[in-house]
Design a protein around this ligand. Sequence first.
Ligand SMILES: [Zn+2]
Length: 494
Amino acid sequence: MSDAKKGPFFLTNTLSRRKEEFVPLRPPHVGLYVCGPTVYSDVHLGNVRSFLTFDVLYRWLTFIGYTVRYVRNITDVGHLVGDVDEGEDKIAKRARLEQLEPMEIVQKYTNGFHDVMRLFNILPPSIEPTATGHLIEQIEMVKRIIGSGYGYEANGSVYFDVPRFAEKHAYGELSGRRIDELLANTRDTEGMEEKRSPLDFAIWKKAEPSHLMKWPSPWGEGFPGWHLECSAMSTKYLGRTFDIHGGGMDLKFPHHECEIAQSVAADGEAPVRYWMHGNMLTVNGRKMAKSEGNGFTPEELLTGNHKLLEKGYSAMTVRFFMLQCHYASTLDFSNAAMQASEKGLDRLVKAMALLPKLKAAEADEADIDALERRCHAAMNDDLNTPVMIAELFEAVRIINSVHDGKLKLTEASIGKLRTMMRVLVRDVLGIREEVADAKGDDHALDALVQEFIRLRAEAKARKDFATGDAIRDRLAAIGIVLKDTKEGTTWERA
Ligand SMILES: [Zn+2]
């Protein structure tokens, strides 16, 4: 499939603060790097929104014909509680609190992260590298930074010399920060006496004897600085310069700014051509945070078991709700907005279920090609999912009208509409057409109905059509409608 077919794709580049046409370095290949989770606690809904943004980017790039190598890391060492160069390692701290080995913490929360990604139908990346799995690459990068004169050792730690780097290179360009302003706003932090400037950051940290997560290096036993892993792993898998780097808005500074400095210092090249940042999720107008008491987990959301939730919502309702907002805007979570999304998704899924039943006419009273072009144009315009969803509701209106006999479409147009809806809703937006909602009783109901579907299939297999039909009719009588499709039998409530 050629990308030219669907028109140029425009993306807002955080670096230029402009919408730019996306042109990959080595088409049809695209290199995409997204900062993954630090696996020391449960994922909350704000994290889900960030990973969803890049999931849609990955799906869209694939849809328009690119071969994407999508790298999303797991931070399993080096992310300190203070986020900069101070405090305990987040994973080591959690290990101490839960009385587990640090790698047990890493495994536990990596598993949990994967479960949440699957729940929201967020596709796995092509490569999911870990920081502890790439210590050699990180140590080699520290050596290159020292070699180029932008890193120095002090008491077993190695620091990045920011003022020296800023003399010759742009530092702060991505986040719009200036060296003099940064200097005016610094405060005393741990390791200050070792640093030449308070702006310097650790690329390798000396480990105290009691530290659990440490490795040998030319500078003694220690561990890598948090920013280093992304630079080392993106270089390894995507090259010194690659196409797109994504992450949440909160990572712009210092994390991404430091990534740029490290790569330029080590290899002399700006690492990223397009930077992309997703915006935050708020709850009733306030930032989502555990300390605010509004940082509910996906489980609480599904069960409705939280004081801020009026009821439970399905994972697909949440996904649809998030997609109804552009990724660069803040999204406010409220029960009213969720319930509106639930209704909207229900209309969409019900209309899709009507698609196989539409009857063709001799003439066309709606232009499906034009509708599809408008959907593609919305996505090509900086992944404008809310505009595309508005167009999909136009498709819903058309489907319902054809079904009610109020609008005519030819067989060819109905076929196009079916393909378009399947591809855009399932493949691009990643919406699974679930019958069950979040409530546990519907999961039980689904299991029960699946049992009847199996019994009916067995009856038909032994040519006992009377029993097969009786099962279908009795279920229909209590409002459970079975549908035989090419993929098998499905069910829905009447
Ligand atoms: Zn990162």
